[in-house]
Design a binder for this molecule. Structure first.
Ligand SMILES: C[S@@+](CC[C@H](N)C(=O)[O-])C[C@H]1O[C@@H](n2cnc3c(N)ncnc32)[C@H](O)[C@@H]1O
Length: 260
């Protein structure tokens, strides 16, 4: 199909790819791969780097995961944060000294209606920084954190300790102005940004250092492609309304209709 997402010429040889859906994945240190990608080859960066906080999940329902690569000290993220395209980077409140310009913030309100998960999850919200190449004001989105149900937001068990909801990454991918160039996630973990890119019909370049998480990302993105081919992007998954549109903990919505 002519309107399928396409990768630009000149990318380094990927570890895994799908040419019909414009996907190139690298099992590598992102800094090594980024050195080989020209600035103009990327439409937008949507990423979730290690925050340098030595994260150890404490939520009772959480699986046991090994320590995350790069999380025991702050990485130098400036080559990514200064990339000449729209950039959205989660956890940026943990590395404010590296942010190159004022930009704006996205607040992910991840509270559970009961409030029970706030302490275990460390915070009732998370912040992403947007550079000044993305349009619009500060933004806020409410999606219940999947760790509470050990769920990726679509009825499938989580495979990464800091796995983001697919819908959160779809929201981020939708912020930068339209371009046919790929979305880049240099710290793709279990590939959530790639799954969101497939669902949004966007080409995607993903990089992950850890071979186990890289394999998980390939599995999830391959499944997203199969779902897209079968026209089942939404049909096989838990309806968003069950997890996303949750009532405010301080002002319960008795109708349960998801108004925030
Ligand atoms: C916060 S997690 C991303 C989780 C992801 N958003 C998800 O939904 O699964 C950051 C990931 O970056 C990876 N990582 C750390 N240092 C890296 C590096 N230098 N190059 C590529 N990946 C790296 C870690 O292994 C980890 O999986």
């Amino acid at each position: 199909m002519s309107n399928r997402p396409q990768l630009p010429a000149g990318l380094p040889e990927p570890t895994w790819s799908d040419d019909t859906y414009g996907i190139a994945l690298y099992r590598a240190d992102c800094m090594d791969v980024l050195e080989q990608i020209s600035g103009g080859a990327i439409g937008a960066i949507v990423t979730d780097p290690p925050y340098g906080i030595n994260y150890k999940p404490t939520f009772p329902n959480h699986q046991k995961f090994d320590a995350m690569a790069g999380d025991n000290g702050l990485l130098d993220l400036r080559p990514i944060l200064n990339w000449p395209c729209p950039v959205i980077s989660w956890g940026a409140n943990c590395y404010p000294e590296q942010l190159p310009c004022r930009g704006r913030w996205i607040c992910w309100d991840k509270r559970h209606p009961s409030g029970v998960s706030d302490n275990a999850l460390g915070s009732p919200f998370e912040l992403a920084w947007e550079n000044n190449k993305t349009p619009g004001p500060h933004k806020m989105i409410r999606i219940m954190h999947g760790a509470y149900l050990n769920d990726d937001g679509h009825g499938i068990k989580r495979v990464h300790p800091t796995q983001k909801p697919i819908r959160l990454m779809e929201f981020c991918i939708g912020i930068p102005p339209g371009t046919t160039l790929p979305i880049l996630d240099p710290f793709m973990g279990s590939g959530t940004t790639g799954v969101a890119a497939v669902r949004q019909g966007r080409a995607f370049v993903g990089i992950e250092l850890d071979s186990g998480y890289f394999a998980a990302a390939v599995t999830r993105i391959r499944q997203a492609i199969i779902d897209a081919q079968n026209g089942e992007l939404f049909a096989t998954h838990t309806p968003h309304t069950q997890l996303d549109m949750i009532p405010n903990p301080t002002t319960p919505n008795k109708k349960g209709d998801g108004e925030v």
